[in-house]
Design a protein around this ligand. Structure first.
Ligand code: ZN
Length: 427
């Protein structure tokens, strides 16, 4: 048996993230979108690594790349791991990618140790999580989880290519998209490893953290209408300045978020006519509110709406509150969370629990099976940016946690199934 050190497995993971970064549709930065030539090339590269470990590979009708470490047990159920292989324009090379490449090295380790599992271990590279090509997120994972929406086929990219056409060019057929669904199968769970995309692990000086849940989010488009006028001729006490009112509202958003313990952001603002010598007549801005606790988020939203409405009345402006997005929080499976936490402890790291403020494929997969997530530290919490960075040491730590998770999971699984197969702890 050839023995590789954990550090060597980790270096391989790190190098593979670099290798996948070569498949970018832009020369300037990382950009790989759903159903593109680059997506196809990245899939092929991932498939090659999977096959080298002895995994059986296929691409499903939605363009997701799969690999299976097949169990010898008849009618075996499946444990799934994976993440997305698409990126945002000018993005990083680890967001999503890490969660595809890392489990492949887990499989390499299991194969090197001559471990054969009583269940299939499937690794998936989801084709679309970011939604940057067709404007709708989680297309890959939603096809798998059986929540694909028929109406999506007419979605178009910036070049006017429909999703239906793009799937055809990718070598599939939208009419067969339902075959990507794994909803009817025995799926034990889905575990996603992902960079944290936040600063908490770095601040705690820890390589990994266990995710408790993925925050629900509400988005609103606010329109404030006052009256435009000449910046020189309308006296201050006779003005109805929409931007001044919007400013008061935006400050209130921050205060209310802090008081109600949610995160809320005004990230986009449009002022019109947006001219140096004209009093702003109309301002539109977005509000994004998130929390892992749905009731808390709903309370925050209700207070926000009341307070903004009061400001509008007091300031005598027209006020419109429009809902643009709403998604409930998705909680990670308590049992899987518990096992991941034990795996962190077994790897000699202090276990901490984090909430995910960003959306992930695991949200979609929760429709099908229990889900869990493991976050890995990334430098300064930066993501969706070329400066996204990780260390080989953290990859090594995370791989150990995954190995120890498999060890604990196997033990648990066999206590229920009466089979014998064990995997020793590593640290
Ligand atoms: Zn991601």
């Amino acid at each position: 048996m050839h023995e590789m050190s954990f550090s060597q497995y980790a270096q391989r993971v790190y190098a593979r993230c670099d290798a996948l970064a070569l498949h970018s549709q832009s020369q300037e930065g990382m950009d790989r979108r759903y159903l593109t030539k680059e997506h196809q090339m990245a899939n092929a590269q991932v498939a090659q690594w999977m096959q080298a470990t002895g995994m059986h590979t296929w691409v499903d009708s939605a363009g997701n790349q799969w690999g299976r470490l097949k169990s010898d047990v008849e009618d075996a159920p499946t444990l799934m791991m994976g993440s997305h292989i698409d990126t945002v324009p000018n993005g990083g090379i680890y967001d999503g990618i890490l969660g595809v490449v890392l489990p492949i090295s887990l499989v390499e380790y299991l194969v090197d140790q001559d471990i054969s599992l009583p269940f299939h271990l499937d690794i998936v590279a989801f084709g679309d999580e970011e939604g940057t090509r067709f404007g709708t997120t989680l297309l890959g994972s939603r096809a798998i989880a059986g929540t694909w929406d028929e109406n999506w086929k007419t979605l178009e990219d910036a070049q006017g290519i429909s999703l239906e056409e793009a799937i055809k060019r990718f070598g599939s057929d939208i009419e067969s998209i339902h075959t990507a669904s794994r909803l009817q199968e025995k799926v034990l769970g889905f575990i996603e490893t992902h960079i944290e995309q936040g600063p908490v692990l770095e601040a705690q000086d820890l390589p990994v953290g266990v995710v408790s849940g993925i925050a629900g989010a509400n988005r609103f488009q606010i329109t404030v209408k006052g009256s435009a006028g000449h910046a020189g001729t309308v006296p201050m006490n006779m003005r109805n300045d929409a931007l001044v009112v919007a400013s008061e509202m935006i400050a209130a958003v921050q205060e209310i978020a802090q008081e109600t313990d949610v995160v809320a952001t005004v990230g986009r603002i449009h002022c019109s006519p947006n001219a140096v010598n004209v009093i702003p007549g109309k301002v539109e801005f977005s509000i994004d509110v998130r929390s892992e606790i749905d009731a808390r988020r709903e309370t925050a939203v209700n207070i926000l709406r009341q307070v903004l409405n009061k400001i509008a009345i007091r300031r005598n402006v027209d006020f419109k509150w429009q809902v643009t997005h709403g998604a409930k929080a998705v909680l990670c499976d308590p049992q899987l969370q518990h096992l991941l936490t034990e795996a962190v402890t077994a790897s000699d790291y202090r276990p901490i629990t984090l909430s995910s403020g960003a959306g992930h494929d695991a949200m979609a997969m929760a429709n099908m099976c229990p889900i869990a997530m493991l976050f890995m530290r990334c430098e300064r919490g930066i993501s969706h940016h070329p400066d996204e960075a990780i260390t080989v040491d953290d990859v090594e730590a995370t791989l150990k946690v995954l190995v120890n998770f498999m060890s604990i999971y196997l033990k648990e699984y066999q206590q229920n199934k009466n089979t014998i197969m064990s995997l020793p702890f590593v640290n």
